[in-house]
Design a protein. Structure first.
Length: 153
């Protein structure tokens, strides 16, 4: 079972639990996330999650026992102990982001958590964009719609 299957099973189970518990706040948050997903998804790159993970982690696939999975009723996260990246998948919309964990570079400068692109680098936002436009472009470059299609990485 790959990451997409684990995500789908866990997502369905968690949403079912939220509905059964009649957690109005959690349901409202998921619906808000779903609406935002449909509002912006047309501008996002479509990526097969399993193929992306295989491309960058090779033999350490999500099915490996070294991977951890957690959730907070809005996001499902996968990470490998000791690795510098975490895959964060939304429950309200079928998309994921790649989060670089905090690190200190060779010059001793601390870098906090940040979202990165498919190449695992900070995406370039044109200098001509400012404020909301810059944030929207950064978000467009760091959100990836999940697809079942092969060859979409």
């Amino acid at each position: 079972m790959g990451a997409k299957a684990i995500y789908t099973d866990l997502r369905n189970r968690l949403i079912n639990d939220i509905v059964i518990a009649d957690d109005v706040e959690a349901i409202a948050a998921l619906l808000r996330d779903r609406d935002e997903f449909y509002k912006f998804v047309s501008g996002w790159q479509r990526v097969n999650l399993d193929e992306f993970i295989d491309k960058f982690v090779g033999e350490h696939s999500i099915t490996s026992e070294s991977y951890n999975v957690t959730h907070n009723l809005r996001k499902i996260s996968f990470w490998d102990d000791g690795k510098e990246y975490e895959i964060v998948c939304a429950m309200g919309g079928k998309y994921f982001r790649i989060q670089r964990q905090p690190y200190t570079d060779s010059k001793g400068n601390y870098h906090g958590v940040e979202y990165v692109g498919l190449d695992l680098k900070t995406p370039h936002v044109p200098g001509s964009l400012r404020g909301k436009e810059a944030k929207a472009e950064f978000n467009r470059l760091t959100h990836f719609a999940m697809t079942y299609k092969k060859g979409t990485v």
